[in-house]
Design a protein around this ligand. Structure first.
Ligand SMILES: Nc1ncnc2c1ncn2[C@@H]1O[C@H](COP(=O)(O)OP(=O)(O)OP(=O)(O)O)[C@@H](O)[C@H]1O
Ligand SMILES: [Mg+2]
Length: 373
């Protein structure tokens, strides 16, 4: 049994009114003990609503929620065994940062020397040691946010719920802290759900990522599978920077080859042997499909399909080249400096093992790298 189980959970705000919002739709989610799960998605996709229902700050409109096999739907927040770091779940103003972080440990009657040791350790980890004796209103928003995170992480709880815990920090500090926080969570065998809209943060911290859009879970999988085996067009385009190139294509076969026609002018030809027989039979026989190719898999070479460059950006460690291709644009990423400017012709090469093929009607993935999804 998983530590947390959500079954068919819905959240409808203002039900029955003209302002009804179906913020979370039929959500199934399970979190194992010791796991870090990220809820990832764009603004308004339902991440905070999900977390607040688990915490008990919002009631689920329907569905079951259980922690350690015990239903929590009607338990008050304090009885759910969760620790939270939320935006707006603020620190107690009259207490110093040290007292705020120590609060739960003192309530458990932990000896003062041990409390101090733990508070100092978490403060060092979060780079807030210098502010421990200040009051919340005397430190910055980013410092308060770290204090709030420390107060949550230090607690013994079945489940830690962290809503954008580093949202106010600059990129360098976030990058430093996410490594430390992951190590701390794993070392203390905590279980955590982390809400973020930053895919780098989700990839770096989480064992599994739940990708949400419009209140609907799109895919719940490891970072690796989200990248290599996106379940649908949404996840394919959402995960990965820059986004996956997508083309509508018609598929046709002859005895030895598969032809994918992209737009009016591009015909990709691949040996049949590079695709599984089931894929050829079930998907690629005179079908319309959507073909996805990651920018890192679009190679500019001496030979290939001609494309006309319209933008070239050097980002310091990689080049992004955008070119007109198949009536649309295609983006290629290379890790060295590629010198070609707007108006120049380049040649695009694509390998069959880099193709993702989707159903144009449902958006569902049909195949990755030449085998059925
Ligand atoms: N109290 C509320 N009353 C009515 N609608 C709400 C309420 N809280 C959230 N919503 C709506 O529910 C949807 C999901 O909101 P939620 O806060 O869960 O999104 P989120 O994924 O956390 O977004 P963000 O990244 O911006 O924090 C949004 O359309 C939002 O406007
Ligand atoms: Mg939110």
């Amino acid at each position: 049994m998983s530590l947390l189980e959500l079954n068919g959970v819905n959240k409808i705000y203002n039900p029955g009114s003209a302002h009804a919002v179906h913020a979370v739709q039929n959500l199934d989610l399970s979190v194992e003990k010791g796991e870090i799960v990220a809820l990832l998605g764009s603004s308004g996709c339902g991440k905070t609503s999900t977390l607040r229902m688990i915490a008990g700050f919002e009631e689920a409109s329907s569905g079951q929620m259980a922690i350690n096999s015990k239903e929590i739907n009607r338990l008050p927040p304090a009885k759910r065994g969760v620790a939270m770091a939320f935006e707006g779940y603020s620190l107690y103003p009259p207490l110093s940062i040290r007292e705020n972080i120590a609060f739960a440990l003192k309530a458990e009657k932990m000896p003062a020397t041990e409390v101090n040791k733990q508070v100092e350790a978490i403060a060092a980890l979060l780079e807030i040691s210098d502010f421990l004796d200040k009051r919340p209103n005397a430190i910055s928003g980013g410092q308060q946010q770290r204090a709030s995170l420390g107060r949550s992480l230090i607690r013994k709880a079945d489940l830690h719920l962290l809503d954008e815990p580093m949202g106010q920090l600059e990129p360098q500090l976030r990058a430093l802290l996410r490594g430390r926080i992951k190590h701390y969570i794993k070392q203390h065998n905590l279980t955590a759900i982390l809400v973020t809209h930053d895919q780098t943060e989700a990839n770096a911290l989480a064992d599994r990522i739940a990708v949400m859009e419009g209140g609907v879970l799109q895919q719940f999988d490891t970072p690796e599978n989200l990248k290599n085996k996106p379940a649908n067009i949404f996840t394919g385009a959402f995960i990965g920077e820059p986004p996956m190139n997508l083309f509508e294509a018609g598929a046709a076969l002859n005895d030895t080859e598969i032809h994918l026609r992209l737009g009016d002018d591009v015909k990709l030809e691949f040996p049949k042997a590079r695709f599984s027989p089931e894929l050829i039979e079930r998907v690629l026989t005179n079908k319309s499909v959507v073909v996805g190719i990651r920018p890192h898999s679009v190679h500019l070479a001496e030979t290939g399909h001609p494309a006309e460059v319209y933008a070239n950006q050097w980002l310091g460690d990689q080049t992004h080249v955008a070119a007109r291709f198949a009536g649309k644009s295609i983006v290629s990423v290379a890790h060295d400096r590629v010198r070609c400017g707007p108006g120049e012709q380049v040649n695009v090469q694509i390998n069959p093992e880099d193709l993702h093929i989707f159903d144009p009607a449902t958006g569902a993935a049909l195949s990755h790298g030449g085998v059925l999804a």
